[in-house]
Design a protein around this ligand. Sequence first.
Ligand code: SF4
Ligand code: SF4
Length: 167
Amino acid sequence: MCATVKNIQDLFGAHPAAFSGIRQSALAARELIEAISRDIEHHTATVCMECTSVCCISRHSRYDKSDVIFLTALGLDVPVYDPESEETSPCRFIGSRGCILKRSLRPYRCTWFFCAPLLDHIMKTTDPSAYRRFMRTLETITEKRTGMIDEFEKLLRKLPGTGLVNM
Ligand code: SF4
Ligand code: SF4
């Protein structure tokens, strides 16, 4: 396990009360991610099936610091990245019908990335009010995750004996 992932997990384990707000934000973000996933899949089921340049490559499946904080707050393990794998080889989580992971377990970049054809399809096939709702939900998820990271960084500065955790 990467040292930083262990550091973050240890921090959550050592200060459960201090990190409870972050856990609540992560739970709220997870609920929204799973809810919006149905809408996203409605579009990826059409667009991605015809894609000739699939974006699910190995380097996109790396979990960054915000993903580690998010998964740890949910009490989940962080999948280990194989540094030997070719960065441009197919992602280890790609299956015959797309990603095999629940959306909330994927790196967050996999949820907020919309290539031009996908975005175009969403805009052309979604009525304006549903589109605005969709975008607002994405913004709310991002705000919750950003708030979670900010809170984590604040706690690192406040809690005794915690150094900065860099990734
Ligand atoms: S999101 Fe875009 S680039 Fe990625 S697989 Fe779907 S169509 Fe292809
Ligand atoms: S969506 Fe899934 S298969 Fe695609 S890059 Fe992300 S983790 Fe890998």
